[in-house]
Ligand binder design. Sequence first.
Ligand code: AMP
Length: 283
Amino acid sequence: MEIIEKAALMQARALGLRRTGRRIGFVPTMGFLHEGHLSLVRIAKAASDVVVASIFVNPTQFGPNEDFESYPRDFDRDRQMCEGAGVNILFHPSVREIYAPDHSVFIEETALSKGLCGSSRPGHFRGVATVVAKLFNIVQPHLAVFGHKDAQQARVIRRLVRDLNFPVEIVVAPTVREPDGLAMSSRNARLSASERRDALCLSRALERARALYADGVRDADRIRRVLCDAIGEVRTAETDYVEIVDGETLNPVSEVNDTTLVALAVRIGRTRLIDNALLGPSS
Ligand code: AMP
């Protein structure tokens, strides 16, 4: 596996691969990898000739009081995991390599990024859209794989690609969970043993919502009450949002159907976790 730290070198390498007809699959990450990330690598591998993964904790998507500094990092472990999963090129730039000190161009998606995490994390999706556009220009992928775990992010990126005409195919992969249901996340590493147990309220809430839907309940308020109750059972859990929205537009709905997305953000102690599920059978 090749490790590249310079943007210009990565871009030259990618352009060279494209010239020789190689199909580039790309998996952008913030590192501290887990099985969820590796599932994206496997999908990219099956659909391309060369897999590039990036590890970059992107400062512009963190608010001033968020966890940019304390975000978990372990490059050696990530490198080994990428190598084991068959990544061909690992792009690992510094912040200075990606953002010039006087960087002044940002990309803002103005509809899908307003609600959900967009309202609790102002500026978050502006940082995400900007770094993904930059990474696409540097890595020149034919295909990029993102996780449904960050469903709103996936919607914003699809819109970015459509509205700015990026020639990149976007694949959205299912959420990988721990055996007990907890969605895998780099931030899970920060949970204490008791917080780890409490964190199960997110997936439990989603399961109860899906069970109600399977029983024929279509009223969003009733499903929301069940979600809030499931989170309320855990003393340390503090709800950031519980939303029932259309999976495409991300607008709130009053009546649910197969394409409805149930999305949660909950603080367990100092750690903010998100999870979501589509109510339909595909989820
Ligand atoms: P992150 O490193 O958290 O920025 O995530 C990098 C990519 O991995 C994003 O496309 C995420 O949606 C995806 N991802 C994170 N957690 C999971 C998971 N549990 N299952 C599948 N994909 C995931």
